[in-house]
Design a protein around this ligand. Structure first.
Ligand code: ADP
Length: 250
């Protein structure tokens, strides 16, 4: 057989969402939350989704993570349809939900151990990511000995340790104070560049979205119409000292 055209494969971690629908039934009434979402995220790309409270951002992430089943539509990773949580994805929530009876290292290694990595190798890898998020020296600490920002870093290290191709982040820095938030944004940006993961970030913070993402999408909330993801088409600032002004008209 002669191949006349080169075979093009999507970069690892490419996410395709096609015509995705999700509704809930609340007090006997149907609530259509996601209505025909289409989205393409390139492998290694960082996108941020912003939008009014209740428009369905978390629901979209939960469907992507396999924590909710869509009513209709497809989620494809690298061109293949997916169901449920796979090794390719990791989710970081606003609250890291660490296991209080385990040390930082044990919390971070936990995800690897349940995937079958032996205890010593898992701990070794965990310590690498603990240092990567700037927590070297706290390997044997317990969650109750950590600040909110430190606990969130442990959550990020835990997600990275399984070396996902795709990171799903739901308001990961929402609960942090302003200074910790800035440091963590810088850390996330560095990790994203170094690890080459695809990042899908949901945030209320437009400045954070612009700083961290290649592409910022606004999710619409108009009921009865398809859910639109409007690309803000913003230039990505090279550094934080360059101000970016965004005017949004409803
Ligand atoms: P956002 O993250 O944009 O604030 P959500 O995705 O959390 O929005 O929620 C979208 C809508 O779906 C909200 O009206 C919320 O009350 C509703 N919703 C989310 N999860 C459930 C659920 N498990 N059962 C019923 N309604 C839900």
């Amino acid at each position: 057989m002669v191949l006349t055209e080169p075979i093009t494969r999507p970069a690892a971690g490419e996410v395709t969402i096609r015509d995705l629908f999700k509704s809930f039934t609340l007090n006997g009434r149907r609530l259509d939350v996601l209505r025909g979402i289409d989205l393409q995220v390139r492998g290694g790309e960082a996108i941020a989704i912003v939008g009014p409270s209740g428009c369905g951002k978390t629901t979209l992430l939960r469907v992507l993570a396999g924590l909710e089943d869509p009513d209709r539509g497809d989620v494809l990773i690298d061109g293949a349809p997916v169901h449920g949580i796979g090794n390719q994805r990791a989710v970081i929530f606003q609250e890291p939900r660490l296991l209080p009876w385990l040390t930082v290292t044990q919390n971070v290694a936990f995800g690897l151990e349940v995937r079958g990595t032996d205890r010593i190798k898992a701990a070794e890898k965990a310590r690498h990511y603990i240092r990567l998020v700037g927590l070297g020296g706290f390997e044997e600490a317990y969650p109750c000995q950590l600040s909110g920002g430190m606990a969130q870093r442990v959550g990020i290290a835990r997600a990275l340790t399984v070396q996902p191709e795709i990171l799903l982040l739901d308001e990961p820095l929402g609960a942090l104070d302003a200074m910790t938030k800035l440091t963590m944004q810088e850390e996330l940006s560095r990790i994203w560049r170094e690890e080459g993961v695809t990042m899908i970030l949901v945030t209320h913070d437009l400045e954070e979205a612009i700083y961290l993402a290649d592409r910022v999408l606004v999710m619409s909330k108009d009921s009865g119409t398809p859910t639109r993801l409007i690309d803000l088409d913003l230039p990505r600032p090279r550094d934080r000292s360059a101000p970016v002004f965004v005017a949004l008209r409803r």
